[in-house]
Design a binder for this molecule. Structure first.
Ligand code: 5GP
Length: 119
């Protein structure tokens, strides 16, 4: 699947659409989800054109893979989530209901989240 330059997260990365940033470095941008599913719901996206985890894991340079994963952990750390815990979700493709075709990790927390899947 080719990367769509007009996807909503590409526009956020280019600064064309506002976002509520919670963390940013040279590898990643983390911002609040517009439709939160938990008291804390943050999205972390790599600064690069990767459709999904499938694309990123196969094609991203090692420095970006490392930097992105560190940024996910650092975002959670800065949000104070390590003690209580948090959930990471990276929906990938149709079965996972991925809606935005730019890799993103959801960080969910702020209350006990229950079992991993609702059904
Ligand atoms: P997916 O279903 O692809 O894993 O998750 C996409 C997420 O992006 C959803 O949780 C949705 O609420 C969020 N989202 C969609 N459009 C925007 C937007 O314009 N801004 C922000 N901050 N989040 C968005």
């Amino acid at each position: 699947m080719a990367y769509d330059q007009e996807n909503i997260f590409a526009k956020i990365l280019r600064g064309e659409i506002p976002n509520a940033t919670v963390y940013e470095d040279e590898y990643a941008l983390a911002f609040k989800d517009i439709n939160p599913q938990a008291p804390v719901h943050v999205l972390v996206i790599p600064k690069g054109e990767y459709v999904s985890m499938a694309d990123f894991s196969a094609n991203a340079p090692a420095e970006l893979v490392t930097g992105f994963i560190r940024a996910v952990g650092e975002t959670a750390r800065q949000l104070g989530l390590e003690e209580g815990g948090y959930r990471l979700i990276a929906n990938t493709g149709a079965n996972a209901h991925q809606e935005v075709p730019h890799l993103h990790y959801h960080i969910l927390s702020g209350r006990p989240l229950g079992p991993m899947l609702s059904r």
